[in-house]
Design a protein around this ligand. Structure first.
Ligand code: ZN
Length: 467
């Protein structure tokens, strides 16, 4: 038995600027680490995975997903953000039991692995009791995915946690003692497959003393903050970054989720303070947050990661996110060129590229998640988080530009093999994990939560649906 794996003869898109794209290369893995990338590497006693004609990429990074919502998947296809708040966060979330958080997180993490997402930032704002937190962490660890458990807050009441009567938000705060318990119980090392972050609400949704408490808690625990800012026409999401500046709370490593409507001043503040953005382009366009401002972020030198946000309303894979941002950002550039009456014989200026889109889904996401030191690119010395895409598939072959194949053609059905930490979690299109028990659990949670929701939304199957 060997713990060496050689991925042989793939089209290797390393996402490492030093190594670039290699049309015929091998990836050598020893234990949990990539140790070499190159041509005709000696296999020795390594187990060989033939990747001839296939595309080898680093695992995708999902930088913001409310994984607890997986058990109510696609319940809200037509929702705008404001209706999402009143239905999902006020009529589903308060009823969640720890077992529902567990089933949804487990199922969502398996979905990630199946889709080639090897790192998941689990934005867990369903911490209704300590048992809910334990359930999240247990489910993540059961699947073997790399993850950042972003400890959130309860969602037991929309008024308490999001929209206070004076629209300055709640008087409640993230539970510092509970956060300290989790940090010491599960995350005493920052080198594990699961690490910890703090998911919090920020100015506009909280009173200033609550904001200060949460930011100082993150600093005390030595973990990064992730916070939703600048979205939709919500007045209270305007000026959140400047408010943090005024409170001297712009920390490096903070993830500003959505950031759809930051001002130029705020972009500069995010850039100067070492912040980053997580964009969920499919959701943002569909639900009304705004455009996914990836090109603007690049102009300010702010790292960009992509994210799926909510399974209630859109697909949760990174192919969807890449194509959504690729289409929307280019669409805006084309529209601007039209509005400026530019000569149509030249391409519109400022078009983003497929290579940018792939980088945001991989190494950019790793920077946003705070794990670029260990994943996000195929680089010797980094952890072996690797995805092999089927280059022979009917929607992929023939390949001319392999990045074009990934960004403009591939989908989840092409994810052939997935490794995390050198551990094979999916091989030859089949997950190693059994889906039977987790599928039953997630259906049970769905049925329970539908029953608790009350009058069903139009279009829903009955709460006793057998599907
Ligand atoms: Zn979100």
């Amino acid at each position: 038995m060997t713990d060496r794996i050689l991925i042989r003869n793939g089209i290797v898109l390393t996402q490492d600027p030093q190594l670039g794209e290699m049309p015929n290369a091998d990836v050598l893995i020893e234990g949990d680490t990539i140790t070499d990338i190159g041509s005709d590497l000696a296999a020795g006693d390594a187990r060989v995975i033939d990747a001839s004609g296939d595309i080898v990429i680093p695992g995708f990074i999902d930088t913001h997903r409310h994984t607890w919502e997986t058990c109510i998947r696609t319940c809200a296809p037509d929702f705008a953000l404001i209706t999402y708040f009143s239905a999902i966060l006020d009529k589903f979330a308060p009823h969640y039991r720890p077992e529902d958080v567990h089933s949804a997180t487990h199922w969502g993490a398996l979905e990630c692995i199946n889709a080639g997402i090897t790192t998941l930032v689990d934005w867990a704002h369903i911490m209704n009791t300590p048992d809910h937190a334990d359930a999240s962490i247990d489910a993540l660890s059961a699947t073997g995915i790399r993850s950042v458990f972003a400890y959130g807050f309860p969602n037991t009441s929309l008024v308490d946690w999001w929209f206070g009567p004076d629209y300055t938000g709640s008087v409640l705060t993230s539970d510092g003692d509970e956060a300290r318990r989790l940090r010491s119980q599960y995350f005493s090392s920052d080198g594990g497959r699961i690490t910890m972050g703090l998911a919090t609400r920020g100015p506009g949704f909280c009173k200033p003393d609550v904001v200060r408490h949460d930011w100082e808690l993150a600093k005390e625990l030595g973990i990064n903050i992730t916070v939703h800012v600048g979205m939709d026409r919500f007045g209270y999401t305007k000026g959140q970054v400047t408010a943090l500046r005024d409170m001297d709370l712009l920390y490096p490593g903070t993830t500003y989720v959505h950031s759809s409507h930051l001002t130029d001043e705020e972009w500069q503040l995010v850039s100067d303070s070492g912040g980053n953005v997580s964009l969920a382009p499919q959701i943002e366009i569909q639900m009304g947050h705004g455009w996914a401002p990836a090109a603007t972020a690049e102009q300010y030198g702010v790292p960009v990661g992509l994210s799926s946000d909510v399974a209630t309303t859109a697909p949760s894979d990174q192919f969807t996110q890449m194509r959504a941002v690729f289409g929307s950002e280019r669409g805006l550039a084309h529209q601007a060129a039209w509005d400026d009456d530019l000569d149509g014989l030249e391409p519109s200026p400022g078009l983003i590229t497929s290579r940018q889109a792939l980088s945001w889904a991989t190494i950019g996401g790793a920077e946003v998640a705070g794990v670029a030191d260990r994943t996000g690119s195929l680089t010797p010395g980094k952890k072996a988080d690797v995805v092999i895409l089927d280059g022979s598939a009917v929607n992929i072959a023939p390949i001319i530009d392999p990045v074009g194949a990934v960004v403009c053609a591939a989908d989840v059905s092409n994810v052939k093999t997935v490794l995390v930490d050198g551990e094979i979690l999916k091989q030859d299109f089949k997950l190693k994990a059994s889906l039977d028990a987790p599928r039953t659990a997630v259906k049970d949670s769905r049925d329970y939560l539908l029953a608790m929701f009350g009058e069903p939304e139009p279009g829903w199957l009955s709460a006793t649906a057998s599907t």
